[in-house]
Design a protein around this ligand. Structure first.
Ligand SMILES: *[C@@H]1O[C@H](CO)[C@@H](O)[C@H](O)[C@H]1NC(C)=O
Ligand SMILES: *[C@@H]1O[C@H](CO)[C@@H](O)[C@H](O)[C@H]1NC(C)=O
Ligand SMILES: *[C@@H]1O[C@H](CO)[C@@H](O)[C@H](O)[C@H]1NC(C)=O
Ligand SMILES: *[C@@H]1O[C@H](CO)[C@@H](O)[C@H](O)[C@H]1NC(C)=O
Ligand SMILES: *[C@@H]1O[C@H](CO)[C@@H](O)[C@H](O)[C@H]1NC(C)=O
Ligand SMILES: *[C@@H]1O[C@H](CO)[C@@H](O)[C@H](O)[C@H]1NC(C)=O
Ligand SMILES: *[C@@H]1O[C@H](CO)[C@@H](O)[C@H](O)[C@H]1NC(C)=O
Ligand SMILES: *[C@@H]1O[C@H](CO)[C@@H](O)[C@H](O)[C@H]1NC(C)=O
Length: 850
């Protein structure tokens, strides 16, 4: 027996006075402001040492050779060198060793050869990248191994074979790969196994069969195929297998897992019909089968799972109705059946799910009306019925669900009034009624917490009363019959997206709306050409309010040179080169900032994109700026404008770009002299270069990136007239784990038509914009109304010759003519209304280079 450390803790204040020293009997513990050293003794010999947040100099008097009886050693969050840690290998009686969160560099300093009594080993959060695991062979007493969050790589050594006492094994968050070792067969006492976030692959071995004590298993985020042998694991309570490549039908072997409470098989490739054996796992609390290829109907026996609190079947191919028996799963708090092919009406029985907080039935084929009894679900925070075929009025009862935060009914066939009562839902921050046939007025009362309000494509009237909704970020009122004359946008200081177009504005923009847009200059919605980077100044904005800013920033303090540019260039060089952003160096304004030309003393020229001061204060602009940095920093492609550096500070926000001598494609095409220099070959090449850059972003970069604002304003030309993609202010790194739903951004005239009714951005939106861009490049101007006729079924009636830029002669070279024809044909497929019919950028880029 040894005494636990708590028995010897002496008053901290007293100890702070004491110098650190070793006493023959038991060394005095030490509690410094950072470093803690705590000794516990039994019969005069040290049996436990706890070292916390110390470095080498704090420990110069500690020699482990003086503590031969040491049983427990914890050295957490310290910064120690190898020669100190090396001593640990001598502590033959050690049973407990924790070196958690040490950031020692280099090879692992401890030899385990003599630590044969070790039972508990914690090396988590270390930066090991070693192969010392081979020496585990002797540690036959080990019961607990925790190696999570290191950089271990390679296959697991066979040495696990002897660890027959192991109960807990956590290898998660490393880079282990290869097949899972068969040597696990002997670990028959194992209760918890965590190997998530590695790269284990292959079929999991039959060896699980004998691990009958397993209770917790986490294999998520690997590359495995299905473990066939869960049958015997009758003790299993927790099984997490998501994000693997498991395929085929669900194995029947789940039937015997009667203790199972948590089952996550999401994001695999399971197919076949819904597993009938599931209803027998009656203890289940959490069931996630989302993002697989399950088909067939949902069995009504599922109601057996009366303990279920979480059920996610979204993103499968399930069809048929929701079984009314779902109403019996009365403990459900989370129900997501979205993105399937379910039909029938929404069962009234759902009213019984009194604890429901999330109900997502979006993107299915449900019809019938919204049952008014849904209003009884008073706990509900999230309700999504979007993209179904639901008809009739919105039940007034929904407007009394006081906990509602997110309500999405978009793209249905709802009629009747948008009840003014919705305006009283003070917690609501997301409301989407778009693409229905709703009528009446809209008012939101105080308090209003709306951040996203989309009422577009309805028949709403009057002046929308939104005075209290000061937090609005996205506001879409388009395609209604609103009266917006007196509509005062200054009450929405955070607004980043605003679309006021009324129904008849598609063809003929009314002066009022245009005035609103001009006045507030929402750059992401409006495709004004402001030359952004380049020498050709089309429009120089002399804004009276642009006063000189005087950022007080320490020398070199805030400039981070990234990519390959040499770090010698500093903040001052750019400030001097632009005389502190003097207007005379401004070469354009657009997007979120002004662009300045900075010619450095060494002759190199850069483009500096600087945020307007008033914009920089707004979180949304700041966010866009950081987005751009993040995306551009990682992109390396010949035809993507290079980002050399940036300066991030509350008073100084600028990006340092490669300078593009010939300015934007838009301006090049608009200028009658310049456009003649853009001969057919140059134009075809520019289109190809843009296609390559986009194919790279969509298909070669992980996670894929959607630019979301491809237009001729964002394509730039260098001195060789090569095309470069720029301006990632609105690009978003596509997170594979999140749905790509976001407010509509882009430039009018290039926005894919589906974004009018859907907020799901896919890479096909870029493909559409690319098609418009290609037509614009060969036509010399934006195709405008021609898009409609090109897109209709008799588009082949539109002759190539009629759309080509007349300012340069028709190509007389047969090869060039063929290439232009190919561009034209590819562009026509890009602008198809159905996003699924459009080709991918990869295909386009290959097609154009045939
Ligand atoms: C290690 O532990 C054993 C058994 O508990 C004991 O006999 C032995 O003296 C200890 N060794 C040292 C160096 O204290
Ligand atoms: C292990 O113990 C033996 C015998 O006490 C000793 O000779 C050897 O050096 C030790 N090995 C390590 C790595 O400490
Ligand atoms: C499981 O254990 C039994 C008996 O202990 C043994 O015969 C069998 O080979 C083991 N199965 C596997 C797959 O290791
Ligand atoms: C299993 O792994 C997933 C993914 O890493 C993680 O989110 C989850 O918390 C893990 N579960 C347990 C019990 O560790
Ligand atoms: C379930 O367990 C029973 C008895 O324990 C066994 O006979 C049966 O084969 C097991 N079922 C499956 C699918 O393994
Ligand atoms: C489920 O349990 C019932 C009764 O306990 C049994 O009759 C049925 O065969 C089981 N179903 C499956 C698929 O194991
Ligand atoms: C629902 O879908 C199923 C399968 O797709 C189909 O057989 C059935 O006719 C549909 N029912 C209704 C009411 O549309
Ligand atoms: C718009 O609202 C702001 C702030 O509420 C107010 O200062 C301004 O006078 C209003 N403008 C008009 C034209 O009503």
């Amino acid at each position: 027996m040894w005494i636990t450390s708590s028995n010897v803790i002496i008053s901290v204040t007293m100890l702070m006075m004491l110098p650190f020293m070793l006493v023959a009997a038991c060394p005095t513990s030490y509690y410094g402001p950072y470093c803690w050293i705590d000794f516990s003794c039994n019969n005069g010999s040290v049996v436990e040492v706890l070292i916390y947040d110390c470095d080498e100099s704090d420990l110069k008097n500690v020699t482990f050779s003086s503590f031969p009886s040491l049983k427990r050693l914890t050295i957490d969050l310290s910064h120690l060198e190898g020669n100190f840690l090396h001593q640990i290998g001598l502590l033959q009686n050690l049973t407990y060793l924790s070196l958690r969160g040490n950031y020692h560099k280099g090879t692992f300093p401890v030899s385990f050869t003599n630590l044969t009594r070790l039972q508990h080993l914690d090396l988590s959060d270390y930066n090991f990248n070693d192969t010392f695991l081979a020496s585990f062979a002797n540690l036959t007493q080990l019961e607990y191994i925790y190696l999570s969050r290191n950089n271990f790589s390679g296959t697991l050594p066979l040495s696990f074979t002897n660890l027959t006492r192991l109960e807990y094994l956590d290898l998660s968050n490393n880079y282990f790969n290869g097949a899972f070792p068969v040597s696990f067969t002997n670990l028959t006492r194992l209760e918890q196994l965590y190997i998530s976030h590695n790269a284990f692959s292959g079929t999991f071995p039959l060896s699980f069969v004998n691990l009958t004590q397993l209770q917790y298993v986490n294999i998520s985020h690997n590359s495995g195929t299905f473990p066939v042998s869960f049958t015997n694991l009758a003790q299993l309570e927790y099984l997490h297998l998501s994000n693997n490549y498991f395929n085929g039908a669900f194995p029947v072997s789940f039937t015997n897992l009667t203790q199972l409470k948590y089952l996550d098989l999401s994001r695999n490739n399971f197919n076949g019909t819904f597993p009938l054996s599931f209803p027998n796992i009656t203890r289940l609390v959490h069931l996630d089968l989302s993002t697989n290829y399950l088909s067939g109907t949902i069995p009504s026996e599922l109601w057996n799972l009366k303990n279920l609190q979480f059920l996610d079947l979204s993103q499968n191919l399930l069809s048929g109705p929701i079984p009314p028996s779902f109403g019996s799963m009365i403990n459900l708090a989370y129900l997501d059946l979205s993105t399937n092919q379910l039909n029938g009406s929404i069962p009234k029985e759902l009213r019984n799910l009194m604890y429901l907080k999330t109900l997502n039935l979006g993107v299915n084929h449900f019809h019938g009306q919204v049952p008014s009894v849904l209003g009884l679900l008073t706990q509900l925070k999230f309700l999504n019925l979007a993209m179904n075929n639901i008809i009739g009025p919105i039940p007034l009862e929904l407007a009394y669900m006081n906990n509602l935060e997110h309500l999405d009914l978009n793209d249905n066939l709802l009629t009747g009034k948008s009840h003014p009562e919705f305006g009283k839902l003070s917690r609501l921050y997301y409301l989407d009624f778009s693409s229905n046939c709703l009528s009446g007025n809209v008012y939101f009362q105080n308090p209003c917490n709306l951040r996203h309000l989309d009422l577009s494509e309805n028949n709403l009237i009057g002046i929308p009363s939104l005075t209290f909704c000061n937090d609005l970020l996205n506001l879409d009122l388009s395609h209604n019959n609103f009266r917006l004359e007196g509509f005062n946008l200054s009450v929405f200081p955070k607004l980043t997206y605003f679309n006021p177009r009324s129904s008849d504005l598609n063809r003929n923009e009314s002066e009022t709306s245009l005035k609103i847009l001009l006045e507030y200059l929402f750059p992401i919605t409006v495709g004004f050409c402001f030359l952004v980077l380049g020498g050709y100044v089309l429009y120089r904005r002399k804004k009276a309010t642009t006063e000189k800013s005087h950022p007080e920033i320490k020398k070199h303090g805030n400039v981070y040179s990234i990519l390959n540019y040499d770090g010698k260039v500093a903040y001052e060089d750019f400030i001097n080169a632009t005389e502190d952003f003097d207007l005379k160096y401004c070469i354009g304004t657009g997007g979120y900032g002004s662009v300045y030309e900075a010619k450095l003393p060494d002759g190199k020229t850069f483009a500096l994109k600087k945020l307007h001061r008033f914009e920089a204060k707004q979180p949304a602009f700041d966010k866009s700026f950081k987005n751009e940095i993040q995306v551009l920093t990682n992109l390396r492609h010949k035809n993507i404008v290079k980002l050399y550096g940036f300066c991030l500070h509350e008073k100084c926000n600028f990006l340092v770009y490669e300078y593009m001598e010939k300015g934007s494609l838009f301006c090049a095409l608009s200028d009658s002299d310049f456009s003649i220099m853009l001969d057919w070959k140059t134009r075809v090449n520019i289109i190809k270069q843009v296609a390559h850059a986009l194919a790279y972003m969509h298909h070669d970069y992980s996670p894929p990136i959607i630019h979301r604002d491809i237009s001729s304003n964002n394509i730039f030309l260098n001195s060789e007239m090569e095309g470069f993609v720029a301006d990632f202010g609105v690009a978003k790194v596509l997170d594979p784990d999140s749905s790509n739903q976001t407010g509509v951004v882009g430039t009018l005239g290039y926005i894919a038509p589906e974004l009018a009714y859907s907020i799901t951005v896919t890479e096909k939106c870029d493909v559409y914009s690319f098609g418009v861009l290609a037509l614009e490049t060969i036509g010399g101007k934006h195709p405008g109304d021609l898009l409609m006729s090109l897109n209709s079924s008799n588009r082949h009636g539109v002759m190539l010759e009629s759309i080509l830029d007349k300012r340069i002669p028709y190509p007389n070279d047969r090869l060039i003519e063929k290439e232009i024809l190919r561009v034209y044909e590819v562009a026509l497929t890009c602008i198809l209304t159905n996003p699924k019919s459009r080709p991918t950028m990869r295909l386009i880029s290959q097609e154009l280079c045939k």
